[in-house]
Write a protein that binds this ligand. Structure first.
Ligand SMILES: [Zn+2]
Length: 142
């Protein structure tokens, strides 16, 4: 099964989102170490939210193709939640997840194409590239 455009984009967005979450945690860690940022521990909460959102984005992206609506909505939720967690750090990830989510949401299921690939003579399922039916040897029209 080949990976679709939105799956690749969504997984990429999720990975960048995880990096953004780690960056937020580092900012928190540095702030705490130098006592420059009051409430640095709050940044850990935001980092955790960001990484959770990014992981959701990756999982949702992998579900696209079979569950497009669910996958698309989940990727869009991941795009927004990560922004809440990491702000500007998450903008690239949010853009990728948002686009991937929108594409997945409007994508039609691919099942119909597979169902229609049947032998016109005996009804046996066919591979898309097959020229002859493996069950009854009758030629398959292109
Ligand atoms: Zn056949």
């Amino acid at each position: 099964m080949g990976r679709s455009f939105e799956t690749t984009l969504g997984v990429l967005g999720g990975i960048i989102g995880v990096i953004a979450g780690v960056a937020v945690a580092l900012v928190g860690g540095i702030g705490e170490a130098f006592l420059l940022i009051a409430g640095a521990s709050d940044l850990y909460t935001r980092a955790a939210l960001t990484i959770s959102a990014a992981v959701l984005g990756v999982v949702a992206a992998l579900l696209s193709g079979s569950r497009n609506k669910f996958s698309g909505i989940s990727m869009m939720i991941a795009a927004v939640l990560g922004l809440v967690g990491a702000g500007v750090f998450y903008v690239p990830a949010s853009a990728l997840l948002g686009i991937a989510g929108a594409v997945a949401f409007v994508r039609k299921p691919e099942l119909e194409a597979h169902i229609s690939a049947k032998c016109p003579n005996c009804g046996a399922p066919l591979e898309s590239s097959a020229r002859f039916c493996v069950a009854c040897d009758s030629p398959v029209p292109a």
